[in-house]
Design a protein around this ligand. Structure first.
Ligand code: GLA
Length: 401
């Protein structure tokens, strides 16, 4: 190629055009790096919070049935995720098998897919999972191929015993790099299957995972340790997400752990706080209760379309804290249509009136507001608004110019 032409072709504006073209060439690395999953935070169900080790094929089928009959599927829930304890030993060829709780994983995936849902599974980069079952260490490609052959659509990849391997790295930096390499290895193995599989990192929010989770292929990364079905646990995690908004966006989300809604350890107002906060946080909405025995109020909490619309807003702009004063937390996020979702939270053990001013969310002049949980338009409001918020509860508003 003549050098003048070469210089021209590599000139800055043209280089930009080339880069864009390359991104869209079929089979190019750039394409491969962005499988079409998790454009909005994944929605579904996970077995761990309610069933833990007691999960089996029959329960998973019952959850899939209930996801449809309860209306959750139609509200946007898609993934039925099997967490830890499904794994048996490997065979002589190193292929992983499910234990006798899951007699035929492919048939289970077919069943779940037949309901218009998707199936998720769980493993670890370590030799053992957190519950002591077989992990993927040294078998990453083989496992990814097995998952793809079964028809798996989501992988939660939980650090667990890989921590021991990291201890032998020699230095904290080397240990950190080992972890990044381990996640990247499974990401590449999943890509190689050619199947769109959501890659969900779980390493409890250590090492500022939000800064590097996307670079190792994560579609979501746990930002915290395990949630429990208690108001203090849920709020500690939820309100602890302040400052992380800038790291989330389409295809890569902060994950403050699965929902506890409906598990019985919190009251209705507390679960309303849980749903509101997770939706403001653009968190994956993975129900963690028994879907086959839900009370109507649990279904109502999980399927409120306007709350889900906040979580699933296509802009993917996670909320951040606007202000906090001990017993009050005010959070807001900007939505694709220019409106804002505003959460007014009362942490007191008794009701209180919390005052906000629409100016603090960037509005000038009068606004149009809707109280989402009340399902009520508040009309046009100017300046201050006094919200009566129940104990441990929330008033969730959608506000526009
Ligand atoms: C860890 C994870 C949990 C769950 C268990 C399973 O504790 O953080 O979400 O997956 O492992 O053993």
């Amino acid at each position: 190629m003549p050098s003048v032409f070469r210089r021209k072709i590599l000139s800055t504006p043209l280089l930009f055009v080339w880069a864009i073209l390359l991104m869209f060439l079929p089979g190019s690395e750039c394409m491969a790096q962005t499988p079409p999953v998790a454009a909005t935070p994944p929605m579904g169900w996970n077995s761990w919070n309610h069933f833990a080790r007691k999960i089996d094929d029959a329960i998973v089928r019952a959850q899939a049935d209930a996801m449809v009959s309860s209306g959750m599927r139609d509200a946007g829930y898609v993934y039925i995720n099997i967490d830890d304890t499904w794994e048996a030993e490997r065979d002589a060829q190193g292929v992983i098998h499910a234990n006798n709780k899951f007699p035929d994983m492919k048939a289970l995936a077919d069943y779940v897919h037949g309901k218009g849902l998707k199936l998720g599974i769980y493993s670890s980069p370590g030799a053992k999972t957190c519950a002591g079952f077989e992990g993927s260490y040294g078998h990453e490609e083989q496992d990814a191929q097995t998952y793809a052959a079964w028809g798996i659509d989501y992988l939660k990849y939980d650090l667990c015993s890989f921590g021991k391997i990291m201890e032998s790295a020699g230095s904290p930096e080397a240990a950190h790099q080992l972890m990044l390499d381990a996640y990247t290895k499974m990401h590449n193995a999943l890509l190689k299957t050619g199947r769109p599989i959501v890659f969900s990192l779980c390493q409890y929010g250590a090492d500022a995972v939000w800064r590097w989770g996307a670079s190792v292929g994560g579609n979501a990364w746990r930002t915290t340790g395990d949630i429990s079905d208690k108001y203090w646990s849920m709020t500690q995690i939820g309100f602890g997400q302040a400052g992380l908004a800038k790291f989330a966006g389409p295809r890569h989300w902060n994950d403050p752990d699965m929902l506890e809604v409906g598990n019985g350890g919190m009251n209705l107002e507390e679960y309303r706080t849980h749903m509101s906060l997770w939706s403001l946080l653009a968190a994956p909405l993975l129900a963690g209760n028994d879907l086959s025995t839900m009370k109507p109020e649990t279904i109502a909490l999980l399927t409120n379309r306007e709350v889900i619309a906040i979580d699933q807003d296509r802009l993917g702009q996670q909320a951040d804290r606007v202000r906090a004063e001990g017993s009050q937390e005010i959070w807001a996020r900007t939505l694709a249509d220019g409106s804002k979702a505003v959460g007014i939270f009362n942490l007191f053990d008794w009701p209180q009136t919390i005052e906000i001013n629409f100016g603090e969310f960037g509005f000038k002049g009068s606004v149009k507001a809707r109280d989402i949980w009340a399902g009520k338009d508040l009309g046009r409001l100017t300046g201050e608004y006094k919200a009566r918020v129940p104990s441990h509860g929330v008033v969730l508003l959608r506000v526009s110019e």
